[in-house]
Write a protein that binds this ligand. Structure first.
Ligand code: 13P
Length: 256
């Protein structure tokens, strides 16, 4: 795969304007790693301001509605994210699947809506601890991705350049408990198979990221593993100090 490693920070429901200074520091330092594609997904309230504050990194939303507009109080359409300055959107994060009851079909519709309006998409999948302990992890994640992958014209035009998959085991998110590298490699191989089944050869070039307690100490091992195209980082993306070593782990020597 010729793509640059993709390191994305998901700020979740953290941050007010005072956190923009961290985004500026991340942006400045990321310019020194041209071999890495870096992006941040702040809360929706900060997308426009963050877009203004940075020049090198990508800016994204954390969710969008599947419909283009209408009576959906509190929701945000993909086109509105784009209008605010977003380049991409995360869909199907396990926190939304669990807390907002998002099904695979809903996630698929969101991904299609986002691609249709020109956003890139990071589609998240991952098993629970009960799934893994029950030996079901690969089957569950394969079914999730089969049900959530965007299809149709927008997908055909957007894959592989505008679609990434994030494998985030639910039990590894925010717990400090990171998946074993061999389990990550095995799951990424399952995801690759499903992508090729869905999209043919184009499925070989879709980036597959790992997410779940990625930090400065484990990033190099995870990012160096076979089939890992980058990382989706939660807690360690909130400060430049915690996030930049992960960017560095993906990108080798910085340029001056
Ligand atoms: P943590 O890095 O805090 O475990 O979060 C991972 C995540 O959910 C990113 O989307």
């Amino acid at each position: 795969m010729s793509m640059r490693p993709y390191i994305v920070g998901n700020w979740k429901m953290n941050g007010t304007r005072s956190l923009l200074s961290e985004a500026r520091s991340i942006d400045r330092a990321s310019a020194r790693y041209p071999g890495v594609s870096v992006a941040l997904a702040p809360p929706a309230t900060l997308i426009a301001a963050l877009r203004e504050a940075v020049s090198v990194i990508g800016v994204g939303g954390q969710d969008c509605h599947a419909e283009a507009k209408g009576a959906f109080t509190g929701d945000i359409a993909a086109a509105q994210l784009k209008d605010a300055g977003a380049d991409f959107v995360i869909v199907g994060h396990s926190e939304r699947r669990a807390a907002h009851g998002e099904s695979d079909a809903m996630v698929k519709a969101k991904a299609e809506a986002a691609l249709e309006c020109g956003l890139m998409v990071i589609l998240c999948v991952g098993e629970t601890l009960a799934d893994r302990d029950g030996g079901q992890a690969e089957g569950i994640v394969a079914r999730q991705v089969d049900g959530s992958l965007p299809q149709g014209e927008a997908a055909a035009a957007g894959v592989p350049e505008r679609l990434s998959i994030a494998y985030e085991p639910v039990w590894a998110i925010g717990t400090g408990r990171v998946a074993a590298v061999e389990d990550v490699v095995a799951m990424h191989a399952v995801l690759r198979d499903r992508l090729v089944a869905a999209y043919g050869d184009a499925g070989n070039d879709v980036a597959i990221l790992y997410g779940g307690s990625v930090n400065a100490s484990n990033a190099a091992a995870l990012l160096g593993a076979e089939g890992v195209g980058g990382a989706l980082v939660g807690g360690a993306s909130l400060t430049a100090e915690a996030f930049l070593p992960i960017v560095a782990a993906a990108g080798g020597e910085p340029v001056d």
